[in-house]
Design a binder for this molecule. Structure first.
Ligand code: SF4
Ligand code: SF4
Length: 318
């Protein structure tokens, strides 16, 4: 049964207002074939389990220490003393030696507070649908629906397709937040069940795209063209990273491509780079690579907006 197909979910966000129109439930699937340097959700990247540590949830080695006992690799030891968030005292939090950790997750199973955890949560289509369908009345009132995001939701294609169909049957609209990096025939297969594609354009030069994300852009651009011709609707998203892709040449090339597929575009969203994801890298013990990049200025964003609008595109800063 299609409803029993399992997807690896890492989060379900209710009352989301940034992932398409209206009030939405956003379903985040784990695993992505890209590795964008500015990725703000590192827990979404690997298809496999991860060991994440949310220090603020730890109740302290003095009263617990179950993680240290559970680890057969000797990968967990006493770290720094920190101020407890719940009581007026200092506690010792553990530190994970990532070089020793084999991601067996025994510590996460033992952790009573959820401080150590695996972001990957296998769920059936029906479980995800049931959670999302509870808010149908809000979708109907606000013009919202369900957004399937990631990671890359097309990488878990049977699950994403079945979920989109299930939502469509129930009269819930579907947005697909995608990198565009998946076989064209899969996009054409899911198109009848997708009301809107949230579609990133990260760099117009294929070599630079590969340097910044790990994959070339040819398939992504071709899929955008094919889907536009087939009647797909787009919210194009341009994450603007100073020095990396927010350069005069690439901004103009991105706007020119948007003009080419303009018939399919509802709006172009210019997304200024931010560093909000940096703490999530700490949780996973992964170095954050863009420490030297600062967000673009408001003035620069306004100039870019004017350039897009001057080329006849409906655009906004998001
Ligand atoms: S996941 Fe890593 S730190 Fe946790 S018990 Fe296994 S080896 Fe030890
Ligand atoms: S098991 Fe969890 S709550 Fe207990 S010390 Fe380890 S991280 Fe903290």
């Amino acid at each position: 049964m299609a409803e029993e197909i399992i997807g690896n979910v890492y989060d379900i966000q209710k009352f989301s207002v940034h992932d398409g129109p209206g009030i939405r439930t956003t379903v985040f699937l784990k695993g992505c074939p890209l590795r964008c340097l500015w990725c703000h959700s590192p827990e979404s990247q690997r298809f496999e389990s991860d060991l994440a540590f949310m220090e603020m949830k730890c109740i302290g080695l003095e009263v617990c220490g179950l993680c240290v006992k559970a680890c057969g690799q000797g990968a967990i030891s006493a770290g720094e003393k920190k101020k407890s968030l719940t009581e007026d005292k200092e506690i010792t939090v553990p530190v994970v030696d990532r070089a020793r950790c084999v991601t067996c997750l025994k510590c996460a199973e033992a952790c009573p507070s959820g401080a150590l955890y695996d972001p990957k949560k296998p769920m059936t289509v029906e479980e995800v649908f049931t959670a999302a369908a509870k808010d149908k009345k809000y979708y109907d009132k606000s013009g919202g629906g369900v957004t399937v995001s990631g990671g890359e939701p097309m990488s878990q294609f049977p699950f994403t397709l079945a979920l989109a169909k299930r939502c469509r049957e129930a009269g819930i609209t579907v947005a697909l937040d995608t990198t565009g990096f998946a076989p064209t025939e899969r996009f054409l297969e899911i198109l009848p069940y997708v009301d809107l594609f949230l579609y990133d354009l990260k760099h117009m030069d294929s070599k630079s795209h590969r340097n910044l994300t790990g994959v070339p852009n040819d398939l992504i651009l071709e899929n955008a063209r094919v889907l536009t011709k087939a009647g797909g609707r787009f919210q194009v998203r341009f994450p603007m990273i100073p020095k990396l892709n927010a350069t005069p040449e690439n901004i103009r090339a991105t706007a020119e491509f948007c003009v080419e597929i303009q018939d399919g575009i509802d709006v172009v969203q210019l997304l200024p780079y931010h560093k909000f994801g940096a703490t999530k890298y700490e949780r996973l013990g992964i170095p954050y690579r863009l420490t030297n990049v600062e967000p673009p200025s408001d003035e620069f964003m306004q100039e870019t907006l004017q350039l897009f609008q001057g080329m006849g595109l409906k655009a906004m800063i998001h």
